[in-house]
Design a protein around this ligand. Structure first.
Ligand SMILES: [Zn+2]
Ligand SMILES: [Zn+2]
Length: 99
């Protein structure tokens, strides 16, 4: 079961709901990425073999922005920078569980 959290930026108005790192559900694993072009955080599916992703130092091999594979992006993990202004995002609350 994965969990999403609400993250807010204390400096600008940006807020988003993502898992804030690697997360594992029943059928897939997701990771949070920061797209430098969209200036957004996204949760993307990074593996359909979640049992592999449970391992501690697992890192997704392939990830790209859901809007375009050409956007430069990187893995994002809490505590991480706001995609708009670079200030550390605040984790506010758990928002939902997913399978
Ligand atoms: Zn910000
Ligand atoms: Zn993008």
């Amino acid at each position: 079961m994965g969990t999403h959290y609400l993250f807010t930026c204390p400096n600008c108005v940006y807020e988003t709901e993502v898992s804030g790192g690697n997360d594992v559900g029943m059928a897939c694993a997701t990771s949070t990425i920061l797209c430098k072009t969209c200036k957004e955080l996204f949760d993307i599916e990074t593996s359909t073999e979640p049992w592999l992703a449970i391992e501690r130092d697992w890192k997704p091999e392939k990830y790209s922005c859901p809007n375009s594979p050409d956007h430069p992006c990187r893995l994002w993990k809490h505590p991480g920078p706001c995609p708009r202004c670079g200030v550390s995002m605040k984790k506010v609350e758990a928002t939902l569980n997913w399978d």
